[in-house]
Every structure is written in C-alpha cells, then in structure tokens.
Design a protein around this ligand. Structure first.
Ligand SMILES: [Zn+2]
Length: 162
C-alpha cells in the first residue's frame, strides 16, 4: 500500500466521509457501532476494509468492490472477478465473428437479384450483429444493475419528497 505522497493523495479512513461510489450524489459516512458505512442519498450500506482500502457492497452476489486510490474510488469490480482485456476481446469477437462469417458468405455467394428474398442475407448479417451486440450490452447492464437501479430509485424517492 502507498502511504507516501500524503500531500495530495489521502488514504481511506472509515471515520471520514467519502463520495458514494454507487449513486455519485450522496456521501457515505461511518455507521455508529458498526463496521460499515452508509450513503445519505441512496441508502446503500457498505462494509469497510481499511487495510485493503476497500469498500464492499454485500447486498448483491458476488459483491461489488471499490478500492480507494488516494483520490477517488476505482471502477466497481465483482469480487473475485477481474475484467481484463481478455473479456473485452472475447466480447468484441462474440459480436464481430458471426457477423463477419455471415457477411462473407452473403458477399461471396450473393443470391441472384431477381430471386425473391435476395436481400435476406444482408438483413441477416445486420440482425446477427444487432442480436450479439444486445447480448453483450445486456451482460454489462446485468453486472452493473445495482448501481443503475439504486440510482434510479434514489432519484425517484427524492422527486417524491420534493
Ligand atoms: Zn449513494
């Protein structure tokens, strides 16, 4: 752990207040008598690991984890899951490869223009791209659904109060 550059970076301490990594609106502060912090806006409760400078959202499985980097929270991570380049490449390949294969077939073996449904291979190529893209987007939303839902709920509750 880096504790040297105290001039700018500050280490995470559970008795200070910090911006909420879920809603980015509220402030999280220590809950009395508990090893936990809660947000004054979205009401999420976090568990604290000061040694690892970590904040964990245990209300979902696997828990979402943020790490304090001295200035702010890192991107949310699923505990025990590293989203490296391998996943990004796999996601892109999942979208591009089937589209490419079908596109190559449609390009190299074009149906005669007079044949009914001669446009189908091209539409099919586009639909392949869209359907695979939607699957990947859905996966991303699934992973981050708690932040999105918590944020929407908090905004709704505030609107009602106002
Ligand atoms: Zn919050």
């Amino acid at each position: 752990m880096k504790h040297t550059s105290k001039l700018l970076a500050t280490s995470f301490h559970e008795h200070d207040t910090y911006p909420c990594p879920v809603c980015h609106v509220g402030k999280i502060s220590h809950m009395p008598l508990m090893e936990a912090m809660s947000c004054d806006f979205c009401q999420q409760i976090f568990t604290v690991n000061v040694e690892q400078q970590q904040l964990k959202l245990p209300s979902r499985q696997p828990p979402l984890v943020w790490r304090w980097n001295g200035f702010g929270w890192t991107e949310a991570q699923l505990e025990g899951v590293e989203f490296g380049w391998g996943y990004a490449i796999a996601a892109v390949a999942f979208i591009i490869l089937p589209t490419f294969v079908i596109g190559v077939v449609a390009y190299n073996f074009p149906p005669h223009p007079d044949v009914p449904l001669s446009w189908l291979p091209y539409i099919w190529t586009g639909m392949t791209f869209m359907s695979h893209l939607v699957i990947i987007l859905w996966l991303i939303v699934e992973i981050y659904q708690i932040p999105i839902h918590a944020y929407m709920r908090a905004v709704r509750e505030r609107l009602i109060w106002w």
